[in-house]
Design a protein around this ligand. Structure first.
Ligand SMILES: Nc1ncnc2c1ncn2[C@@H]1O[C@H](COP(=O)(O)OP(=O)(O)OP(=O)(O)O)[C@@H](O)[C@H]1O
Length: 625
C-alpha cells in the first residue's frame, strides 16, 4: 500500500478519539472493528493467502477471552500473565488441532474446522468453572503504566496499536522467505515441495499464527466487555469472521480492516434500519448478508480491497503501478555447494520400472549422466519420458529399480529431500505463483539456501538474509536474460519467458543436476537460441542437465547424449548423430505417420521422412537452437 495512505490511516486512527466531536459510540464501534480486524487478519493469511478455509476462528477468540476471565477473577491473577497463558494454551491447542485437521483436503477441512469450533463452543458453555452459559462477569479493566483502559477511548489505542502491529508483522512475514513459502500453499504446493518447502509445516505455522491473533483479540475483548459468555465464540461468529475476510479481500492484509469495518458497520446500521422498515425485531440483516455474500462472490471475488486500491491508484496518478526498476541492493553471495569433477557420474538410473495397473509406463530403463553433460530423453508421445522424469524427481515412486544421485538413493525420497541434495527442476506445465513478482518467484527457488524463522521475518529482523536471497534471484534472472522483468508479476510474462523463469528458479537452488521438462516448448526461435546459450554456459560450468524435449532440432544441437524411449522401453542410446541414424528410432518416429513432418537427417543421410509425436523443431515449432 502507498505510504501516504498508510500515514493517513495512522493519523486518523490516532486523532479520532481525541476529537471532541467524535461520538462515544463511534469509538466503541471502532473498538469492535479493531478486535474483529485482528481475527480477520489471521484469516486473510490462513484462508486468503494459504487457501485453508476455517470457520472455527471464533473458538480461539474464546480461548483468549475465557483464559483471562477465569485467571483474573477466580485466581486474581495479572491480566498480562493471563495473556501469556492464553497465548500458550492457544499455541498448543492450535498446533494439535492443526496437525489433525490440516491433513484434510477439499471440503473436509472446512467441515473439520466447524467440528472443532462447535466443540470448543460447547466446552465453554458446559464447564462449571467457566460459568456455563452465563459465563464469567466482573473482569477487571486493563491498566498500562498506571493508566486505566476502562474507558472506550483509552482501550481504543491498545486495540489499534495491536491491529497496526499485526498488519506490519503480517506484511513483513509475507515479504520474506517463509512468506514466499506460505504464498505457495494455495496453488503451488507440489512446486514448493520440490524446492525444499515443507508445506505441511507451513500450514501449521499459518494456522497457529492466525489462532494467536484471534486469542489476542479475545483477551482484549474480555477486558473491554468485563464479562464473557459463550455466544460470541460460536459458529455464527466464525462464519461472520470468514465473511469479513472474503468481503474485505482475502488476499490483502488491509482487506482485514476493510472487511471488518464494512460488515460491522453494515450490521449495525441494518439492525437499526430494518426493524423500523419491517416493523418487527427479526434478524433480517442475516438475509441481507446472504445476498451481499452472493453478490461479492459473483462480482468481486477478490473482495473490496483490490477495488479500493485501484481507485486509490487512479486518484494518486497510478503510484501503485510504478514498479521498481533497479535491481535489489548488492548483498553477499550465498554459499555454493561443491561441484563434482567434470566427467564424474552424477546420476545413475538402474532398471527403473513404473507400472500403472496393467500398463508398464517405464520398462526397466537404465542410463547414467555425468557432470558437465547435457542428456536428452526423447521419444514419441506416451513413450514414458515424463514418468521417468517424475521417478527421478520423487513425484512418483518406482515399482522397482533405483535412482542414485552422487551415490545417494533418490527413489525412496520425497521431492523436498531430493531438492536438498542438489537436484533442481522445471515443470512440463509451468508452475509459477502468478501474482508474485518474477524476483520473488525465483527467490523461492533459493529457499533451502538460507533459513529465516517466522518470528524474525515478522519483526523484519531478516533484512540481511532477505537481501542475499533477492540478490541471488536477481543474479539468476540476469543470467537467463530476464533482468528487465524483476518486478513484473510472473503471470504477466509470455509463456516462453515463464519457462525461462522456471530455469532461473531452479538455478537459484544451486543445483548440481538440472532436470528440465520441455524447456523449449512455447519459445520463439530467438528465445530458443538464448536458452541454448544459457544451457551451454551451464554445461561449461560443470552442471549436469537432463532434458525431456520434443523439439528435435534443439535437442540434436544441444545434447551430448540421448536416450530414446518408446512404449516405456529404451530403444536407443548414444550421441545425437548415432541416435538419428538408428533404425529403431526411425521406426518409432516413422510409425504413426504424418507425411508433412520430417525428422532431421543424420549427417550424410537422406531426410528420414515423416514422424508422429516427436518432430523436428523446424517442422513443429518453427526452428530450434
Ligand atoms: N498417473 C498415471 N496413471 C496411469 N497411466 C499413466 C499415468 N501417467 C502416465 N500414464 C501413462 O503412461 C504412459 C507414459 O506416459 P508419459 O506421460 O510418461 O509419456 P511421455 O513420453 O512423457 O508423453 P508426452 O510426450 O506426451 O508427455 C502413457 O501411456 C500414459 O497414459
Amino acid at each position: 500500500m502507498n505510504r501516504i495512505l498508510l500515514y493517513l490511516v495512522i493519523g486518523v486512527i490516532a486523532l479520532l478519539p481525541l476529537m471532541p466531536f467524535t461520538p462515544a459510540f463511534w469509538v466503541t464501534h471502532l473498538n469492535y472493528v479493531g478486535l474483529a480486524s485482528l481475527v480477520v487478519l489471521g484469516l486473510v493469511l490462513l484462508t486468503g493467502v494459504s487457501g485453508l478455509t476455517s470457520f472455527g476462528q471464533a473458538a480461539f477468540v474464546g480461548i483468549g477471552a475465557y483464559t483471562t476471565a477465569w485467571f483474573t477473577t477466580a485466581m486474581a491473577g495479572s491480566p498480562w500473565l493471563a495473556l501469556i497463558i492464553a497465548l500458550a494454551i492457544t499455541f498448543l491447542a492450535a498446533y494439535a488441532i492443526g496437525a489433525l485437521t490440516l491433513r484434510l483436503s477439499g471440503h473436509y477441512l472446512p467441515l473439520g474446522t466447524i467440528a472443532w469450533g462447535l466443540s470448543l463452543y460447547y466446552l465453554f458453555g458446559n464447564m462449571q468453572f467457566l460459568g456455563q452459559h452465563d459465563g464469567i462477569a466482573g473482569i477487571q479493566p486493563l491498566e498500562i503504566f498506571g493508566i486505566s483502559l476502562a474507558s472506550g477511548r483509552n482501550i481504543y489505542y491498545l486495540i489499534w496499536a495491536c491491529v497496526l502491529l499485526g498488519l506490519w508483522g503480517t506484511r513483513n512475514l509475507l515479504d520474506s522467505r517463509p512468506g514466499r513459502a506460505i504464498r505457495a500453499l494455495k496453488s503451488g504446493q507440489a512446486m514448493a515441495e520440490s524446492f525444499g518447502v515443507n508445506t505441511a509445516r507451513y500450514k501449521i505455522i499459518v494456522f497457529v499464527y492466525a489462532a494467536l491473533l484471534a486469542c489476542l483479540s479475545g483477551w482484549i475483548y474480555a477486558h473491554m466487555q468485563r464479562a464473557v459468555s459463550p455466544s460470541p465464540f460460536g459458529l455464527n461468529y466464525g462464519i461472520e469472521y470468514l465473511f469479513m475476510a472474503v468481503v474485505g479481500g482475502a488476499s490483502s492484509v488491509w482487506g482485514a480492516v476493510i472487511g471488518a469495518g464494512l460488515i460491522l458497520t453494515l450490521k449495525d446500521q441494518l439492525q437499526n434500519v430494518l426493524p423500523a422498515i419491517f416493523g418487527t425485531q427479526y434478524n433480517f440483516e442475516l438475509i441481507v448478508f446472504g445476498v451481499l455474500m452472493v453478490l461479492v462472490l459473483q462480482y468481486a471475488r477478490e473482495g473490496v480491497w483490490p477495488i479500493l486500491a485501484h481507485w486509490w491508484e487512479i486518484l494518486t496518478g497510478g503510484s501503485r503501478g510504478e514498479r521498481r526498476r533497479e535491481p535489489p541492493p548488492k548483498a553477499a553471495v550465498l554459499p555454493q555447494r561443491p561441484r563434482p569433477e567434470t566427467g564424474k557420474v552424477v546420476l545413475e538410473v538402474e532398471a527403473i520400472r513404473k507400472e500403472f495397473g496393467g500398463l508398464v509406463a517405464v520398462n526397466d530403463i537404465s542410463f547414467t549422466l555425468r557432470a558437465g553433460e547435457i542428456m536428452g530423453l526423447i521419444g514419441p508421445n506416451g513413450a514414458g519420458k515424463s514418468t521417468t522424469f517424475n521417478l527421478i524427481t520423487g513425484v512418483l515412486e518406482p515399482t522397482s529399480g533405483l535412482v542414485r544421485f552422487q551415490g545417494e538413493r533418490l527413489d525412496k525420497l520425497p521431492a523436498r529431500e531430493i531438492s536438498r541434495l542438489g537436484v533442481g527442476r522445471t515443470f512440463q506445465h509451468v508452475q509459477l505463483l502468478p501474482t508474485m513478482t518474477v524476483l520473488e518467484n525465483v527467490a523461492l527457488g533459493a529457499h533451502l539456501r538460507r533459513n529465516v524463522g517466522v518470528v524474525a521475518a515478522s519483526l523484519h529482523a531478516d533484512r540481511r538474509i532477505e537481501a542475499e536471497l533477492l540478490h541471488e534471484a536477481a543474479v539468476q534472472l540476469e543470467r537467463v536474460g530476464l533482468g528487465d522483468y524483476l518486478y513484473e508479476q510472473a503471470g504477466n510474462l509470455a509463456l516462453g519467458q515463464q519457462r525461462i523463469l522456471e530455469i532461473a528458479r531452479a538455478l537459484a537452488a544451486d543445483p548440481v543436476l538440472l532436470l528440465l521438462d520441455e524447456p523449449a516448448a512455447g519459445l520463439r526461435y530467438k528465445e530458443k537460441q538464448e536458452l541454448a546459450a544459457v544451457l551451454n554456459q551451464l554445461r561449461a560450468e560443470g552442471m549436469s542437465i537432463l532434458l525431456v524435449e520434443h523439439d528435435m532440432d534443439f535437442v540434436m544441437k544441444l545434447t551430448d547424449h540421448l536416450v530414446v524411449m518408446d512404449f516405456g522401453t529404451k530403444i536407443a542410446e548414444g550421441t545425437p548423430e548415432y541416435v538419428q541414424a538408428h533404425p529403431a528410432v526411425l521406426e518409432a518416429y516413422l510409425g504413426g505417420i504424418d507425411d508433412d513432418i520430417e525428422i532431421e537427417p543424420a549427417p550424410g543421410e537422406q531426410p528420414g521422412g515423416p514422424q508422429p509425436g516427436v518432430a523436428p523443431a523446424g517442422a513443429l515449432e518453427g526452428g530450434g537452437a
